[in-house]
Design a protein around this ligand. Structure first.
Ligand code: C2O
Ligand code: CU
Ligand code: CU
Length: 471
């Protein structure tokens, strides 16, 4: 039958001993829920007008009388999907119905600094504000939005505030393929079935819960035909979980990263997707007897971690065979990516930890984030080259606001290796002991943050800011 492919690989929670011991496991095996779409209220083409409200929400996770308290955008877990076109003018009104200040940060989009929802522009409880910006040509890609208030980003995100955003291009070479959206979040429940607060281990290692959810569902089923090609967009919206994803049975090509399509598809065996990072895959159904058909996460060692890590493959989603279909063509080239030229400025950005100082454990260039300190200045339009140095005992995924960057090279066991292909990214994992070289240009002036995207580290100050000045 169609469902047989899942058969032998049904659910066990990711952690051996869930915090909520007496609670039954969450229901699993439902069809992958579609992300609800945020409706566009604009009457004319080229504009996108909508409202987002952050507010408390009660959800019945077990489908019975038990209620779990979340915070959600527009009463949806995760938040609604925002689908846009290059060139669109956006006008989003945001209402904060939480008891804390919040913002909406447009993660990865090249928006003006004052529209970026960064910690300098908090929206107080009960207040409202408009975010207005235009999507430039070439911005097609896979983005997301989440709160970014000073010191409260992790909590607001793990209580449910995060949503997907897609910018489409009118000449998309993959538009003929059916699309699946998979937004990964991490749910940590306490013994009462409520979203657990962060403990010391979470603050240190980064929070990991008992459940990795996809579009809010645990171990959902994704239908795929034998031979069918689908385009999968993936979002790692977890606080701190570095996902090493694989589909052992099927053919998988990486076709896009955070900032859109690659120049050409890359065949891959597994994909490391760190917190904040996105990817586009083309998955071709190749169901085979004896090979698990599902989407799995493989063990990955995030440096010298103190807590127990995932020891074996875990099933994140089932993939069920749904008939047979002819295999559609996959173009050999997707879009041109020009390499950024010689840099006009260089910086060294060092991640480090100081376990002796509880008030400043996670540092960038030896310092903890201070909203009132500007850590450097740059120029709009000038190519910068940064060496990201992981002088640390754990991995720290680096993220830069305001633009996309190209990775040039990374060290592997201390030796530099050139990046095998060009890609536009806004997150790159800097593994313990590793260095990564990137180049970028900021096209818009203003203060831009960069930080570790383990949200617990960011809130504790593993963040810095540079003011980019117009020429
Ligand atoms: Cu996704 Cu500064 O964040
Ligand atoms: Cu961001
Ligand atoms: Cu970190």
């Amino acid at each position: 039958s169609d469902h047989a492919a899942m058969g032998h690989q049904m659910p066990t929670p990711l952690a051996a001993a869930p915090v909520g011991g007496p609670l039954p496991p969450l229901p699993s095996g439902e069809h992958l829920p579609a992300l609800p779409l945020l409706a566009n209220q604009a009457q004319e083409a080229g504009r996108f007008v909508a409202a987002l409200e952050a507010a408390p929400l009660q959800a019945a996770l077990w489908g019975d009388g038990r209620q779990t308290a979340f915070w959600a955008y527009n009463a949806s877990l995760p938040g609604p999907l925002i689908e846009l076109w290059e060139g669109d003018q956006l006008e989003i009104s945001f209402s904060n119905r939480l008891s804390q200040p919040s913002t909406i940060h447009w993660h990865g989009l090249p928006v003006p600094a004052e529209q970026d929802g960064n910690p300098h522009d908090p929206v107080p409880p009960g207040a409202q504000r408009q975010y207005r910006f235009t999507l430039p040509a070439g911005s097609a890609g896979t983005y997301w939005y989440h709160p970014h208030p000073h010191g409260h980003t992790a909590e607001q995100a793990f209580r449910g505030l995060a949503g997907a955003l897609i910018v489409r291009s009118r000449n998309d070479p993959l538009r003929h393929l059916p699309e699946q959206h998979l937004l990964f979040s991490d749910l940590k429940l306490d013994a009462d079935g409520q979203v657990a607060a962060n403990n010391m281990a979470d603050l240190h290692d980064g929070r990991e819960g008992q459940y990795v959810l996809i579009n809010g569902a645990w171990q959902p089923m994704i239908p795929l035909a034998q031979g069918e090609r689908q385009r999968w967009r993936l979002w790692n919206a977890t606080s701190s979980r570095i996902l090493k994803l694989a589909l052992p049975a099927h053919e998988v090509q990486l076709v896009g990263t955070d900032g859109g399509l690659l120049a050409a598809p890359q065949t891959i065996d597994s994909l490391l997707l760190s917190p904040g990072e996105r990817a586009e895959l083309v998955v071709t159904g190749r169901f085979r007897d004896g090979v698990p058909a599902g989407l799995i996460s493989q063990p990955y060692r995030r440096g010298k971690m103190m807590h127990a890590e995932q020891q074996q493959d875990e099933v994140l989603a089932g993939v069920m065979q749904h008939g047979m279909r002819p295999t559609q063509a996959l173009p050999a080239t997707l879009r041109p990516i020009a390499p950024l030229g010689a840099p006009g400025y260089r910086r060294r950005i060092e991640f480090s930890e100081n376990m002796a100082d509880m008030s400043a454990m996670f540092l960038i260039n030896g310092r903890r984030y201070d909203m009132n300190r500007i850590d450097g200045s740059g120029k709009v339009g000038r190519i910068e080259e940064w060496e990201l140095v992981g002088n640390a005992h754990m991995d720290h995924p680096f993220h830069l606001h305001g633009t996309q960057f190209q990775v040039l090279a990374r060290t592997v066991d201390g030796l530099w290796e050139d990046e095998p292909y060009l890609a536009w990214r806004d997150v790159v994992n800097v593994a313990a002991g590793q260095s990564v070289r990137i180049r970028f240009v900021q096209q818009l002036p203003g203060l831009r943050m960069f930080h570790c995207h383990i949200l617990e580290h960011e809130d504790q100050g593993m963040m810095a800011q540079i003011d980019f000045l117009a020429e």
